[in-house]
Ligand binder design. Structure first.
Ligand SMILES: Cc1cc2nc3c(=O)[nH]c(=O)nc-3n(C[C@H](O)[C@H](O)[C@H](O)COP(=O)(O)OP(=O)(O)OC[C@H]3O[C@@H](n4cnc5c(N)ncnc54)[C@H](O)[C@@H]3O)c2cc1C
Length: 315
């Protein structure tokens, strides 16, 4: 097993959060390694909705641009690889990559994203990231004024009222889920229809959604459908290192991405309450700056400048 000198920081994940953290650290001239498996969660989408300066840009283009920009910074290396395991060491962390290569890091940023659990509806994959979406702010604009549906009864009232921002034509497809009488009344008053039939699947042509199919053989024409896609950690790197998870399975982080394990940071979806690309970029900047601040404190024996969980801030 080959083991190299410790990097000042290793970042696992090269999506919006990881590339952004790397840019911050590269600009601070820190020896930084990004290890990226290249499976950013929004790759299925045609375009990134709501990212200032890049609104509608295909996700793959953004990641290619980010990598291109990082080439300006000679202390940053980006590698296409997967991290299999991570352990703590005396002076930081040791990661094992696929092929059993080991790399050491003084500080570690997990920017590994999350797995979005798409509902098991036949045909859903053909439309995921387009007409089937989990985030109206990301993709509602693309189906504005269309025939829209909310799938499932969980949080149906809130989701339907939200979707009404993009179209007056909204139906809740409960698909076997239960709605209270109060919920039904709220929806009725808001002009949202409810259809309680079981959904058997989605139908469309060339990625364009045309209808929801019901178990009774009937169909309802649709242009877009909002689904619940709960987020899950992609693997146990964070918990394996002892980091606590918080709400909705996100890594518990403070305002600069410090986890409950000193020296271990999380940025982007992995530690986010409201996952989106702009937030991931901002998280990356904060985590990168916090890592740099921690390294300065370590090198010079001074307290860190940035407030961090478990470490007193400088006055
Ligand atoms: C279908 C879809 C559409 C979306 N549309 C939008 C939108 O329009 N606008 C918007 O703002 N947000 C959108 N989002 C949300 C957005 O994609 C995420 O918030 C954002 O990608 C999070 O960035 P990230 O860097 O945290 O994670 P990701 O982009 O998921 O990147 C994580 C990276 O880490 C890598 N990785 C994970 N584990 C390892 C490992 N062990 N070793 C090496 N590499 C690893 C992955 O392969 C991946 O490349 C969408 C999400 C989905 C699922």
């Amino acid at each position: 097993m080959e083991r190299t000198d410790p990097w000042e920081c290793v970042i696992v994940g090269g999506g919006a959060a990881g590339l952004s953290a790397a840019m911050t650290l590269g600009r601070a001239r820190r020896r930084t390694l990004v290890v990226d498996a290249g499976e950013q969660s929004n790759r299925a989408a045609h375009g990134i909705g709501g990212l200032l300066g890049h609104d509608g840009r295909p996700p793959a283009e953004l990641y290619a641009l980010g990598r291109e920009e990082l080439r300006r910074y000679p202390t940053v290396t980006v590698r296409d690889a997967s991290v299999r395991t991570a352990e703590r060491s005396d002076d930081g962390f040791v990661l094992t990559l696929e092929g059993d290569e080991q790399v050491a890091a003084r500080r570690l940023v997990l920017a590994t994203g999350m797995r979005y659990a798409v509902p098991e509806l036949p045909g859903v994959d053909a439309f995921w990231g387009g007409a089937v979406f989990h985030c109206p702010y990301c993709h509602g604009w693309d189906v504005r004024d269309g025939r829209l549906a909310v799938h499932g009864a969980d949080h149906a009232v809130h989701r339907a009222l939200l979707l009404r921002c993009w179209s007056p034509d909204v139906v809740v497809l409960t698909d076997g889920g239960a709605l209270s009488d109060d919920d039904r009344e709220t929806l009725r008053v808001a002009g949202v229809a409810v259809d309680d039939r079981r959904v058997a699947g989605l139908r469309g042509t060339d990625g364009t959604l045309e209808a929801a199919r019901f178990a009774d053989g009937d169909e309802r024409p649709l242009d877009g459908i909002l689904v619940l896609a709960p987020l899950h950690q992609r693997h146990d790197l964070a918990t394996g290192l002892g980091a606590a998870l918080g709400e909705r399975g996100a890594v518990d982080v403070d305002m600069v991405g410090q986890t409950t394990v000193l020296g271990l940071y999380a940025a982007g979806d992995a530690g986010a309450m409201m996952p989106n690309v702009a937030g991931a970029i901002a998280d990356g900047v904060r985590a990168g700056a916090a890592v740099n601040d921690a390294l300065i404190a370590l090198e010079h024996g001074v307290p860190p400048m940035m407030p961090r969980r478990g470490v007193p801030a400088r006055d």
